[in-house]
Design a protein around this ligand. Sequence first.
Ligand code: CP
Ligand code: NVA
Length: 309
Amino acid sequence: MGKARHFISFDDLTKDEIYHIMTRAAALKAERARGQYLRPHLGGRGLGMIFNKNSTRTRVSFECAITELGGHAVVLSENQTQFSRGEPISHSARVLSRYLAALVIRTYAQSSLDDLARHGSIPIVNALTDEGHPCQVLTDIFTIREKFPDQPLEKISVAWVGDGNNMAASWIQAAALLGFPLTLACPEGYEPEAALLAKAGQANPKIKLLRDPKAAAVGALAVNTDVWASMGQEQEQQVRARAFKNFLVDSALMARAEPGAIFLHCLPAHPGEEVTEEVLESPASVIFDQAENRLHAQKALLEFLVPKL
Ligand code: CP
Ligand code: NVA
């Protein structure tokens, strides 16, 4: 058996592989729209799912994805498994690899995923960590291409307004790999990691960090934001609300973007905080298409990562 492929970050895939997955996602979406839900590729196989943080979209889209691929989800809660009783991760990873086709995990430290990948022999999929949310950004890029089918991705400017968080980090890694222009505007003290930006900037000089959110929107065809306090940062909510007060995405900010620009948010959103209700509900908003596309993109991802038996 070959070495397992993972999707812990965009570093795990090549540009060609990302395009292949997006092409398959479009085909699976079209088939599903014709009523062909079931693809037997993963017939009978189990997808492990560990969620140490809350989730609606990721949890449900992965569970539906594996079912539609002919397999089934095995939901593993930390408390009800031996994970919380100190079983070595090197043992758990090898045990789970004997049963499951792949393991999807949402947790805090990304090093936990690296440990699982190092010791196990099945694909490990990042369902969000403090350091990244690659499945969401893969889907968002698929959604952008769906909305602008005639434009090469390299020509589509993406703006990120707000926290230099896990989502921003995955956007930076994706821009480095795929070569599209990315302009981030983050408040002082809430920027993405300097080392990440420096490395990405070497691969793609069109990745820029600004302070002014309105300036970041200029020229953008896709304007993105996210909550100001991510999961695990709830106690910082008030301090962050002050630091981010000029980073609201409203109609005035959207008006700075290119005509026809779309608005993206991974959700859940706080209407009236990081984005106005007006923008969320505007024709520019593609938030529910993004949410739907998680399913199609993750079916294509699982199909790619899990070798056929
Ligand atoms: N966007 C996203 O990952 O949503 P959930 O937290 O609901 O999974
Ligand atoms: N940055 C957010 C994304 C939620 C999908 C968080 O980590 O809570």
